[in-house]
Design a binder for this molecule. Structure first.
Ligand SMILES: Nc1nc2c(c(=O)[nH]1)N[C@H]1C(S)=C(S)[C@@H](COP(=O)(O)OP(=O)(O)OC[C@H]3O[C@@H](n4cnc5c(=O)[nH]c(N)nc54)[C@H](O)[C@@H]3O)O[C@H]1N2
Ligand SMILES: Nc1nc2c(c(=O)[nH]1)N[C@H]1C(S)=C(S)[C@@H](COP(=O)(O)OP(=O)(O)OC[C@H]3O[C@@H](n4cnc5c(=O)[nH]c(N)nc54)[C@H](O)[C@@H]3O)O[C@H]1N2
Ligand code: SF4
Ligand SMILES: [Mo]
Length: 899
């Protein structure tokens, strides 16, 4: 096995999880062989020692298989000198020939603040274009725009401790149980300890909704109506905070008038949102009577063609009741990526300049003097969707992508993928050698340091800056992203402005810029950290900005401190009438919603390496209501083609009562690397919010039809193996190799004809039962089991758990040639439910039936399942309910959980 070249095993190092915006502290202990043991940092205020399934599995993701370890130019290995020379030379030439706006950087909330700062400085101060945008455009930009409209700057007023102190927590368009599990755990703790109520607003019954005290199944896009109705209710029931309204805000009159147009009475809100009037009344009542309210929101709010207005409608209700910046109260945007916030701070969005300054002449002048920049950008650059349109039209000719996979994650992703091929220069800084973006004709690939190797800072959802520290040595020729950008800047002739030798140099400069000529008018002020020594930077404890001269952070803002508007008052917003950008039609009668699953991260380049994480949901799927499925002749686990005007996918169906009729839900994680037909981005419309430019990724009109394939099967192999064209497949990491689920047309005889050639040179033992339509194969190389292949009729779809256990055992030298006999290596644990302790569905059902484990606590006591991060608790409760409700002979119908 390829491993990091680490000789000795030093003690645990404090660092920060590279996944979600909760920003959990991690203690990482290198094993000296390139691997890592991780546990939650008990001293980090975000998680106090806990980690979710993804964080706990980090150690499984640091191997070097598939890593990009050397610079590549035109598909060939190159020296750093040649690669950097090519990038700098081509960028300079294209700028000289076509002007600075012909080049662009596309960055990511997975870069560190230091990386982001340097890239932003190079483009906006030295190339002279505003064309720096980031995947945060797809993620947080409606929250950014909403904050700027209401508060005058992109500022989150509250903090996580508010979740411990709130009496009501409202989750709007957030599946925190799966996407911010450690914060969700804090909310549940609050409920258990002090009786907080949890309300979830989501069109589908998500895992979070399952846990809620009140679930409001809002019609897609109608959140504005719901919160306008709330504002009207608060006004009419005398619940307004007159002092706060009068002394601290502007614009209430217009906002209320608009709310009355949109939501004149509860009946009209019920009609617009589809929520029962009694549930609306219960929610409005809770919000009115429980003063300590935190409203958390995420992509169900942001990823909408009216996302900024949705944010406005929510914030309005907090402003109207003066519930902002006080303990247990406030709107709280849950950021997605580990450094979504840090990127916003340095100016990584095309419509912001740097350090929360914009493109006003005085601000351009100030930043220009600070940077001593020869060529300041004078206007906003292109936002992500517009940027890729400009690439398609040939106006932008050079693109440098860092730490994001736009060929998968942008809307209308097939067109994006095609337009990458039109570029004169495509540079990709990456951790992995191959993803859907690098494999689209990148001219230059630059090997970047990955999590565990990088050193710098990230900012989480509560403005808390934490250190990511290097735990492993840099592998191959990989370099930190900031180093790569600085080296290109130097070759473009700007060496003196990019003299950085280490991340600390950049952090100090960034901190100094936030404080530069800042007489208190900019809240983002890290002045207290601008003189941090190298040692102080190394030891920096997690701290929330703004950071005063004494180095002390700030938990909450705006209870007293003026807002960052010219008059210091917050602004109410009068939102537009809620509607979706594209309506359904006869051809596309369903609304396609997209989002995340518990155990995968984005395009799976990291989480996809973990066998534990891969077994929760191993194939791309579409969830639909059983009544829709019945009408279309679809059963659970069948294959279906989902299409929109943009493109189509073939996905496994999952029947879900919690998916409203007429709607579909699909996860975003599968790419061309992990599936034949599972790139959901190819189906998503590219309509954007007028203020933020964020695309509506949660509501594309779609059609769904059966895609019958008579044969289904699986292939387990030590190395990934490609299947013949026309085969549907999805790939996941398994113990000891790669697992591929597949479906095929044709006869079992045809499969028996091509399968033996899959592992050239291997000793093949195979077996065809043409009558039963079953074919099995085992391939051995030097006596070692190299691959297991199984195909059978789709109607009796083979399960792979037993074979996987056998394959894993064989990888460790146990097991035998039982693969062909179909005998198990041990009891089949069934599909994975608890990823932290590796507990499967069958084991859980067995404990319920034979050990009388009839509560989540009892299951936890018997099997440990659900006792660590708790993100499988909703699933455990569902299993308990189904076991209780199902006659013994029909149990374990696994439409319930996973296949
Ligand atoms: N496991 C896991 N966790 C992650 C990530 C991951 O890839 N995997 N990614 C991280 C990132 S970058 C992000 S941005 C966050 C995202 O975190 P979330 O926003 O919580 O995740 P999503 O699944 O994208 O969407 C949340 C919910 O919005 C709902 N929704 C759709 N349309 C509407 C609507 O019109 N109104 C309302 N109210 N709700 C709607 C969806 O049904 C979905 O349940 O997760 C972070 N955490
Ligand atoms: N339909 C639909 N589409 C969506 C969404 C949705 O809900 N629905 N959500 C959107 C959201 S919120 C987000 S955040 C995006 C996420 O989408 P992406 O950002 O495209 O997804 P990732 O898989 O995280 O891509 C990160 C890439 O950077 C590499 N990488 C990781 N760390 C580093 C590093 O330190 N340096 C360098 N140079 N490379 C690194 C990884 O190997 C990986 O290839 O997807 C968006 N797209
Ligand atoms: S909640 Fe999980 S994924 Fe998010 S930072 Fe914490 S451990 Fe990482
Ligand atoms: Mo995101």
């Amino acid at each position: 096995m390829n491993a990091h070249p680490g000789p000795v095993a030093p003690p645990a190092i404090r660092t920060t999880c590279p996944y979600c915006g909760v920003g959990c502290g991690v203690l990482a202990r290198p094993d000296g062989l390139g691997g890592l043991a991780v546990e939650g940092d008990p001293d980090h205020p975000a998680n106090c020692g806990r980690l979710c399934s993804k964080g706990s599995a980090l150690g499984e993701t640091v191997g070097l298989e598939g890593r990009l370890l050397h610079p590549m130019v035109e598909g060939r290995r190159a020296s750093w000198d040649d690669a950097l020379g090519r990038v700098a030379g081509d960028l300079s030439r294209i700028v000289a020939e076509h002007g600075p706006d012909a080049v662009a950087f596309y960055l990511s909330g997975q870069l560190l603040t230091e990386d982001y700062y340097v890239a932003n400085k190079l483009m906006k101060g030295f190339v002279g274009s505003g064309n720096v945008d980031t995947n945060s455009r797809l993620c947080m930009s409606s929250s950014v725009a909403g904050h700027r409209r209401a508060f005058g700057a992109d500022i989150v007023p509250g903090c996580y401790a508010d979740l411990d102190e709130a009496d009501l927590i409202v989750l709007v368009g957030s599946n925190a149980a799966w996407c911010h599990p450690i914060l969700f755990r804090r909310m549940l703790d609050n409920r258990a300890r002090r009786g907080a109520k949890i309300v979830v607003v989501d069109p589908r019954r998500s895992a979070s909704a399952d846990e809620a005290d009140l679930f409001l199944p809002v019609a897609a896009g109608q959140d504005t109506a719901l919160f306008c109705g709330l504002l009207v209710h608060l006004a009419e029931s005398g619940a307004l905070d007159a002092d706060f309204l009068g002394g601290r805000t502007e614009g209430f009159g217009e906002a209320l008038a608009r709310a009355r147009e949109i939501a004149p009475d509860p009946a009209s809100v019920a009609r617009a949102t589809g929520i029962a009037e009694a549930d609306l009344a219960a929610f409005y009542d809770l919000f009115r009577t429980r003063e300590k309210v935190v409203t958390c929101y995420s992509q169900g709010v942001n990823q909408s063609a009216q996302g900024t207005d949705k944010v406005g409608a929510i914030v309005n209700c907090h402003l109207a009741t003066g519930r902002i910046g006080r303990p247990g109260m406030g709107p709280l945007s849950l950021t997605g990526q580990p450094n979504a916030m840090g990127g916003r701070e340095v100016g990584g969005l095309a419509n912001m300049l740097a350090a929360h300054m914009n493109y006003l002449p005085a601000e351009i002048d100030r930043v220009g003097r600070f940077w001593d920049a020869p060529r300041m950008a004078r206007r906003e650059g292109l936002k992500a969707v517009a940027l890729f349109d400009a690439i398609d039209r040939g106006e932008v000719r050079a693109l440098w992508v860092m730490a994001t996979n736009p060929a998968v994650s942008l809307p209308d992703a097939d067109r994006v993928r095609a337009s990458l091929a039109k570029l004169d220069l495509l540079v990709v800084s990456e951790n992995v050698a191959s993803n859907d973006t690098t494999s689209r004709g990148a001219h230059v690939l630059l090997p970047a340091a990955a999590w565990g190797e990088k050193d710098g800072t990230v900012t989480n959802s509560e403005r808390r800056i934490s250190r990511q520290r290097a735990v492993l040595p840099l592998p191959g020729e990989a370099k930190p992203d900031w180093w790569i950008v600085s080296a290109v800047a130097a070759r473009m002739g700007f060496a003196s402005a990019f003299p950085y030798r280490k991340a600390a140099d950049i952090f100090r400069e960034h901190a100094a810029l936030t404080a530069f000529e800042n007489g208190g008018e900019r809240v983002l002020d890290l002045g207290g950290l601008a003189d941090l020594g190298d040692r102080g930077y190394d030891d920096l404890a997690p701290v929330q900005w703004p950071v005063g001269a004494d180095g002390e952070g700030t938990a909450r803002l705006f209870a007293e401190r003026p807002f960052q508007t010219p008059d210091g008052r917050a602004r109410f917003v009068a939102p537009a009438l809620p509607r979706l950008a594209t309506e359904t039609s006869e051809a596309y009668p369903f609304v396609l919603n997209t989002g995340r699953i518990r155990d995968q991260w984005h395009t799976m380049t990291r989480s996809g390496r973990s066998p534990r994480l891969g077994s929760h949901r191993p194939a791309p799927f579409v969830e639909l209501h059983p009544a829709d499925a019945a009408r279309l002749g679809l059963g659970d686990g069948d294959l279906a083609r989902v299409s929109t005007a943009m493109g189509s996918c073939v996905l496994e169906t999952r029947l879900a009562e919690g998916q409203p009729p007429g709607t579909l839900f699909s996860p975003i994680h599968w790419s061309g690397e992990t599936s034949s037909d599972g790139r959901i981005g190819a189906l998503v419309h590219d309509h954007v919010d007028p203020f933020s430019g964020q695309p509506e990724m949660k509501a594309s009109p779609a059609a769904i039809t059966p895609e019958p394939m008579p044969l289904r099967g699986f292939l387990l192999s030590r190395l990934p193996i490609g299947l013949p064209d026309g085969t549907w497949w999805a790939r996941a990491a398994i113990e000891g190799g790669t697992g591929t689920l597949f479906a095929a047309r044709g006869s079992i005889g045809r499969i028996a004809a091509w399968a033996p050639a899959l592992v050239p040179g291997a000793e093949i033992a195979d077996y065809l039962d043409a009558g039963a339509g079953v074919y099995r194969l085992a391939a051995f190389v030097e006596g070692r089991l190299e691959a297991v292949f199984f195909a059978g009729p789709a109607a009796a779809r083979p399960h792979w758990e037993a074979a996987r256990a056998l394959f894993a055992a064989e990888a460790e030298g146990r097991g035998a040639r039982q693969a062909l006999s179909g005998r198990n290596a041990g009891p089949d644990p069934g599909p994975l439910v608890c990823a932290c302790f590796g507990v499967g569905l069958a084991t859980i059902c067995d404990a319920i039936r034979t050990k009388g484990a009839t509560s989540t606590e009892a299951i936890g006591a018997a099997l440990r399942a659900g006792t660590n991060c708790g993100s499988c608790l909703p699933e455990l409760r569902r299993i308990l309910a189904s076991e209780a409700a199902t006659p013994a002979n029909e149990r374990l119908s696994d439409s319930l959980v996973v296949r």
